[in-house]
Design a protein around this ligand. Structure first.
Ligand code: HEM
Length: 205
């Protein structure tokens, strides 16, 4: 199922959020440190998109509606786009485009190195998310795309390092991630698929 209208709607929504944040920054409505707020918002946006993309397969199993899968790739690519914007905003606002400073930060601040590993992983997934790569890699494509689960854990570690004092927000993301990871266990997947089938049969009756 292609769902072109829903995909266009998702595109417009995901593209307008960072534009809105930049607008708020331009009219001085992001507080005394707009650069930092922008970095934080984009980082959280990348994580939210990543979690939403992980929710698509369990939703498909649960409801039996294949339309969810059409959104999975788009959400994953948006997560990558937000992450690239997050790092660009960090380089521009927090480091003032000092690239030697970035190399020093990679060594001195482990959470920056951890974030860089997550970004590398997301880049590999984004680069191979097209049909051509799917065909070329065959069975290895599925295996490669399973790295999305360690990537989520790495991003959570990166975030925990940053928000230590505000662990409540982190705990919320971690709980959602744990539920989504559990939903991919074969036994849980079988149960979800069973419920999806039962729902479809009831709706036909
Ligand atoms: C080279 C890669 C990365 C760098 C250099 C980086 C840098 C940073 C920095 C400097 C902060 C803290 C900003 C502050 O002082 O408050 C931060 C926070 C964060 N980053 Fe990254 N990051 C990277 C990759 C990623 C990726 C790939 C994701 C998600 C997919 C991500 C998600 C987050 C989140 C969720 C936060 C916490 C935001 C908050 O406090 O609300 N980061 N990152």
């Amino acid at each position: 199922m292609r769902c072109p209208w829903w995909r266009l709607l998702l595109f417009l929504a995901a593209a307008s959020v960072p534009c809105y944040w930049v607008y708020l920054g331009a009219i001085a409505a992001l507080g005394p440190d707009p650069g930092k707020v922008l970095v934080d918002n984009l980082g959280q946006g990348a994580l939210v998109m990543l979690l939403c993309s992980l929710a698509m397969t369990p939703l498909q199993r649960l409801t039996g509606w294949s339309g969810w899968i059409a959104f999975r790739r788009q959400l994953g690519l948006w997560s990558f786009a937000y992450a690239v914007l997050h790092v660009s905003a960090y380089l521009y606002f927090l480091l003032g485009l000092d690239f030697t400073g970035f190399t020093a930060e990679l060594v001195e601040r482990p959470y920056i190195a951890v974030g860089a590993i997550a970004l590398l992983g997301l880049s590999a997934l984004a680069a191979t998310s097209n049909r051509g790569s799917m065909r070329k890699l065959g069975k290895r494509w599925k295996k490669l795309h399973r790295i999305v689960y360690p990537i989520v854990l790495i991003v959570l570690l990166h975030m925990l390092w940053v928000v230590r004092a505000d662990a409540g927000r982190w705990a919320l993301y971690a709980t959602v991630a744990a539920v989504l990871l559990l939903a991919r266990l074969p036994s849980v997947e079988r149960k979800l698929a069973g419920r999806g089938r039962a729902k479809r049969v009831r709706s036909i009756d």
